[in-house]
Design a binder for this molecule. Sequence first.
Ligand code: ADP
Length: 391
Amino acid sequence: MEQQNFAVINAGSSSLKFSLFAATPAGPVRRIRGQIAEINSAPIFSARIGTHSAEPDRLLGESYSGHHRCLDFLLAWLEQHAQVHAAGHRVVHGGLHFSQPVVLNTAIIKELETLIPLAPLHQPHNLQPIHALARLHPGLMQVACFDTAFHASKRKEAQQFPLPATLKDAGVRRYGFHGLSYEYIAMKLKEVDPALAPKRVVVAHLGNGASMCALHQGKAVDSTMGLTAADGLPMGTRSGSLDPGVVFFMAREMNMSLDTIEDILYRQSGLKGLSGLTHDMRLLEQSNDPQAHGAIDLFVYRIQQQFGALSASLGGIDGAVFTAGIGENSSLVRGKILKGLQWLGFELDDQANATHATCITTRQSNIPAYVIPTDEDLMIAHHVQQILSSR
Ligand code: ADP
């Protein structure tokens, strides 16, 4: 049978990351990865085939600005290397109806548009390449994989807000995000520590967006995010959980409009707001400014609190995993977190942590903590291959 190839597309506000996978009996194999940066101004294309740069970075220029032109270019470029049989997309919100990956059609795309208010920072950007591909290649199979889907297994109490039923019926529920990352970690943990994988594990996905998830039997039991990706931990620029009274205070006492409040809570808060400097953990770590270190300390404190809360959701904890930009790369943040969690049974191995070893706790530690790089696009690829092979 002819080998099937498919693209995975992960579209953000200013960049479009892509991979080309080949479906093989052993699972999807990534052949090409790359990105188009600055898609709204003067797009820059870069790609790697295997470990080699496919060609020097290419400035596409202003005439390629926008998703439609960029995808037209990308598909033509990919088709020079392999015939593309399908495209998989990361879509942040699947709402109430989509708890599994889905093959897209016009009606489903329309339904996904109605979820934009639930993820204003992400959903519109995720849907743009879907629209563009539907217009450019109407026959191409497109699959949406949702960040909320993995959380459909959460315990009932973890899916609800203590609000009147009318709001629940309107879809105001604790969904949870970064599900593709957690699903990937649950899959990978079976290789890294097969004995731990079915037990009670807390995963900390710490990137610009940050959340935590409690896993049991490799399934989500609870998570720190709720209706939108603004809940839970403080993030690069998002506040995370707040007393709702803060919003009333901003509106009534400070005369802020809803748009201003949204901008502050989504774009001016978190590490950026606390430090008054930047959302970027690398720069905060390098800074001598006490406010930068105060921001890191509050981030760490809230994560430690959630280790306690999620351990309670699980009725105990048997291990932890750190992932995403900060979780995979910041030995400072991981070290601070675990040093404050000795009471849960973690004993940090400073040397292993400093060198980003897979296991960063000592042999004597009651429970282990691991660093596992996430790969959401590979998770999407697994879903797309499964759908392709079932058709
Ligand atoms: P997202 O995918 O949510 O945009 P990432 O997972 O790429 O975010 O994580 C970005 C964060 O990871 C930034 O705060 C960045 O500073 C941090 N980060 C990346 N590398 C390092 C490092 N070596 N040390 C500390 N922080 C790092």
